[in-house]
Write a protein that binds this ligand. Sequence first.
Ligand code: SAH
Ligand code: SF4
Ligand code: F3S
Length: 460
Amino acid sequence: MEEHSRAQRFLLAYTSDFIARTGRNPLALVHSFGCQQNVSDGERLMGRLAAVGYGFTKDPEEASLIIYNTCAVRENAEDRVYGAIGQLKHLKERKPELVIGICGCMAQQKHVAEKIKETYKQVDLVFGTFAYNDLYEMLCEVIENKKRVFNRSERPTDIDEDFVQLRENSFQAFVPIMYGCNNFCTYCIVPYVRGRERSRRPESIIREVQGLADSGYKEITLLGQNVNSYSYGFSELLRAVNDIEGDFRIRFMSSHPKDASMELIDTILSCDKVCKQLHLPVQAGSDRVLKLMNRKYDTTTYLEIVDYIRDKAPGFSLSTDIIVGFPGETYEEFCMTKALIKRVKYDNIYSFVYSKRSGTPAAELPDDISDKQKGLWLRELLLEQRETSSVWLRRFIGQICRVLVEGKGRKSEEYMTGKNDEGIIVEFKGSEELIGKFVPVRITKAMNWALEGELTGIDQ
Ligand code: SAH
Ligand code: SF4
Ligand code: F3S
């Protein structure tokens, strides 16, 4: 049997004592802000907590432990977290034994950890993205020794290959294949808060996906900031995962355009479980701006990949990220981004007004366009996208799509929602029993944000 550490033994004794006193497990609330990598880290933290006897809740009133796993990518992401921490002040006053922890990308930054230490005294525990392996020791210090703990360790820990995770969703799973980022795009905080790239071993990824397929998962998303630079070969990994038996589909994100190769496209097209979809963040449509962003590709090479895809698989779905108003970007350059999204025809774009991140090179560049003006540009971009995508989505009308049903629809009470293989939202009339299943839907209508259709060929 595996030997427990002292901290682990302490926590096991703490939770069993809690059960003896109250008749139930102490409950933890773990909330992840930000990207899917963060959601996956949150599931890992929950796995660790479950292993020492915690249960889980979404209600802060019931919780003995609250952990906010934070995102630092834009200022508004950080503001949301500060607001949420502020709201816990009164709860902590009423329940002094409540333990409050802040972790993740924000917590890795020195100035944030200091601000929390000084201003948010209700927080007991602050730990960055390298400290997850120390969770038990840190909790023990807070609960047993009643100390506040601040851990911004930067030592890259060994990848814990077979970590326990507690997944909240029973049919869609995120599987991290690598951590960190080496790209240092000039606007981006991620490399500073997540460190250098580290890849997981293919054997352990394959073992994990096999386990998920065996327990009935229908959609597996492989995660990394730039999966194309996976150390052991991303195309090989995709093929190996595709060979795993089971009724599931495979997605992945993100792909950095500088490394997106024709070979990758051919691999996607030749693997039946891999969705015919690619998230290829372009960020900007001007080569001058791309250079300032340190993206290491230009629009010509980006469009070469797009044209290769369109030539081989005309219905293929592309999505992208766009930053509006990078320092020094002119209106003419912004219009080049609009022209590019019209030319590529994305099914989805995730667009953001540039947000200054302290410590990044772009934060030093002069920036004389106001946020208000940038907000107007963003609206212009979204209008352009809506016009393009509402026409482009019509390619699905009359087709039967395989939809993985996710929940109740937005359109009205009777509707359910899910996504087709291309990652596009499909709404249709159906019942809740279909959640977590693949169903065939005949598409009847394209709206500007989604498709609508009718269930076909199954008993309802
Ligand atoms: N590794 C991924 C991106 C992760 S961050 C990739 O390179 O594709 C997700 C998106 O947030 C980025 O693609 C970018 O569009 C946006 N983003 C990152 N830093 C930003 C900033 N400082 N201001 C505005 N948007 C930003
Ligand atoms: Fe940030 Fe660029 Fe790395 Fe993506 S590739 S996480 S945008 S530095
Ligand atoms: Fe993700 Fe936000 Fe961190 S986007 S990597 S949680 S800064």
